[in-house]
Write a protein that binds this ligand. Structure first.
Ligand code: ADP
Ligand code: MG
Length: 329
């Protein structure tokens, strides 16, 4: 299948103040060597607790900020090598949907004005042509076109997310990054928005990167899944493979923490305690060792490579060293 996006060893570091009281600068490794590939029309899920670098990775893949190291190839071109004109072009092809459309929708603009913006910037359509486009966009996302003179505060959370989706698909993008796009919504509304995203994917042949902290939601919508911990991939597999065979202790714990799963199926021994350590000062060895009940002395010293355990399933944990058919360091 055609690869639409290839990321190689993507690194994104931030310089941050060591504390509120000092001017000393520290390096925060938000994304630290992530490689991935995306085929046209598929959905890649990215899951991990808050602070694991998911949003930073999403933004880096769309060049919404600079990259520290690594490459992002979109349709055969490194997006960090593009000139201004090509970058403007790229902006139409790659879009992002955020968790909270309330903060990404301008409260002083009505919906018509918000949705007209991309057409004004990127096309030469007349006002009446734009008007028709907006009516069909609103219908497509399940909103009444008669609402277009209303303001963001006059809509519910689910409706605002529909507006965010309409804005993202306005210019027929190829790739859409959905960053916690349903995380703030009630479960029933979540399902409606996920169904809308899946319908639009079929209709418009969209490729998605679906970011969320809830593994059961990610497993539902994705074709393949990447599990991130402190800026790195700890497990990756197809959806079916992962559902049947979650390997990394962190992935198992994420699943147990998922609000969507039946409490009867919850295994208490997979629950992890404590918070994600700071990416400014990650633990020695395996980053997960401070919270892992399988940890050995080796885990405190060495960071495990990504073992390929077959069926395109990779996991960064020494528990699977013997099962590995090969590994990447
Ligand atoms: P996630 O989306 O998985 O919650 P983020 O990508 O938002 O994670 O954040 C990863 C890490 O990078 C966090 O420790 C966060 O505090 C830090 N971070 C994110 N954006 C910035 C920034 N602009 N400046 C400094 N640190 C940041
Ligand atoms: Mg985030």
């Amino acid at each position: 299948m055609e690869k639409i996006l290839i990321a190689k060893n993507v690194v994104k570091y931030y310089q941050v103040k060591a504390s509120n009281y000092s001017e000393e600068k520290k390096i925060l490794k938000a994304v630290d060597g992530v490689s991935l590939e995306l085929s046209k029309g598929e959905t890649l899920g990215i899951v991990g607790e808050s602070g694991c670098g998911k949003s930073t990775l999403g933004k880096t893949l769309l060049r919404l900020h600079n990259i520290t190291a690594g490459k992002v190839i979109f349709k055969d071109k490194n997006i960090y090598d593009l000139n201004h004109k090509d970058l403007t072009n790229l902006r139409q092809q790659m879009q992002m949907i955020f968790q909270d459309p309330f903060s990404s929708l301008n409260p002083r603009r009505n919906i018509f004005s918000t949705l007209a913006q991309p057409f004004k910037i990127h096309t030469k359509l007349t006002k009446s042509e734009i008007n028709l486009k907006i009516d069909s966009l609103l219908k497509r996302v399940g909103l009444n076109p008669g609402y277009k003179n209303r303001y963001p505060h006059q809509f519910s959370g689910g409706q605002r997310q529909r507006i965010g989706i309409a804005r993202a698909i306005a210019l027929n993008p190829e790739l859409v990054v959905c960053d916690e796009a349903v995380s703030a919504l009630d479960v029933s509304i979540q399902a409606q928005i996920i169904n809308l995203l899946m319908d639009l994917q079929e209709e418009l042949n969209l490729t998605y990167i679906f970011i969320a902290h809830d593994l059961s939601v990610v497993e539902f919508i994705s074709d393949r899944i990447i599990v991130m911990y402190l800026g790195r991939i700890v497990e990756s597999a197809s959806k079916d493979e992962l559902i049947n065979n979650r390997l990394h202790p962190y992935t198992k714990a994420l699943y147990e923490a998922s609000p969507g799963i039946d409490p009867k199926n919850r295994k208490k021994d997979n629950v992890i305690l404590g918070d994600v350590p700071s990416p400014i000062n990650p633990p020695s060895g395996c980053y997960f060792q401070t919270r892992c009940k399988f940890k050995t002395e080796r885990c405190e010293k060495e960071y495990p490579p990504l073992y390929d355990v077959g069926n395109n399933h990779k996991v960064a944990c020494f528990l699977y060293e013997k099962k590995a058919i090969k590994h990447e360091s």
